[in-house]
Design a protein around this ligand. Structure first.
Ligand SMILES: Nc1ncnc2c1ncn2[C@@H]1O[C@H](COP(=O)(O)OP(=O)(O)O)[C@@H](O)[C@H]1O
Ligand SMILES: [Mg+2]
Length: 253
């Protein structure tokens, strides 16, 4: 066993979990049940993909796990803390400390430089920079030469690497990524996936990634399949063929 294997074996803790979650948008005849009884545990220091067709509830599940939205019923835990028992203010404080986000559309602030964007979560949380860690992240993501650039002066792949650096800089308990390669070409997307993978393997981060792409999902340690707001499968150590086969099976169900 390598050191990483030993660390993983020891890391049986759940970084995030959901118990019997439902989420209904709207009311009456136009109500949409986006999640319908989802229970899932996300292991710490692992890369978990949430996969399913468009409209299956992936983003809704991610938003609930990350405390960006509240469920209609059910319970959500980040580590040992029950998010569904916190006030909005407590939730905001916890999110700033413990959660990092990467979105499909990068969501960088256009008037700030790459360095200012990366430090934004620290500024919002009133925390200082850990210079050694910031340097590791910036160099590990190949951004050292780009720190003075604004997002408009960077390629899509570079912008997403800035967004990943921004998610990593606080050393959050969980990084949530929603279709992080959705706006990138396949080569650049593969680079971003490899960096998410490295965040787990080299830096011990916990990553939860939402995707509808089987190739992207296969980079994860585990794939949780969603269909119609329910968990429809769970694949450990997937390869792309396993994921494609599971998706085909879903299609036949
Ligand atoms: N804010 C919202 N208001 C109303 N319906 C929503 C809202 N967000 C999502 N939905 C609906 O909930 C379902 C699940 O959406 P979503 O979680 O975004 O799925 P996915 O990310 O898998 O594409 C879809 O039917 C979608 O139209
Ligand atoms: Mg989505």
């Amino acid at each position: 066993m390598t050191t990483t294997d030993v660390q993983r074996a020891a890391a049986t803790a759940l970084a995030a979990s959901a118990i019997d979650l439902t989420k209904t948008y709207g009311a009456g005849e136009t109500a949409v049940r986006a999640l319908d009884g989802v229970s899932v545990g996300v292991e710490a220091q692992r890369f978990t993909a949430i996969m399913g067709p468009s409209g299956s509830g992936k983003s809704t599940l991610m938003h609930l796990l990350a405390g960006l939205d509240t469920p209609t019923s059910g319970r959500v835990f980040l580590g040992d803390t029950e998010l569904t028992s916190l006030s909005d203010r407590q939730l905001t404080t916890l999110r700033r400390r413990a959660v990092g986000f990467v979105f499909q559309a990068f969501n960088l602030l256009p008037t700030l430089t790459a360095r200012q964007n990366i430090r934004l979560p620290l500024d919002l949380a009133g925390r200082g920079v850990d210079p050694g860690w910031e340097r590791s992240v910036v160099e590990g993501l190949g951004l050292a030469e780009r720190l003075g650039h604004r997002p408009g002066e960077l390629s899509g792949g570079q912008q997403q690497r800035v967004a990943l650096a921004r998610a990593l800089v606080t050393r959050p308990e969980v990084i949530f990524a929603d279709e992080p390669t959705g706006a990138l070409d396949s080569t650049t997307g593969a680079e971003v996936l490899a960096l998410l993978r490295r965040s787990v393997d080299e830096w011990g981060q916990t990553v939860v990634m939402v995707t509808h792409d089987a190739t992207a999902a296969a980079v994860a340690d585990r794939v949780v399949l969603l269909a119609d707001g329910q968990v429809a499968g769970d694949i450990v150590e997937p390869d792309a063929d396993d994921v494609l086969e599971a998706v085909r099976t879903l299609g036949r169900a």
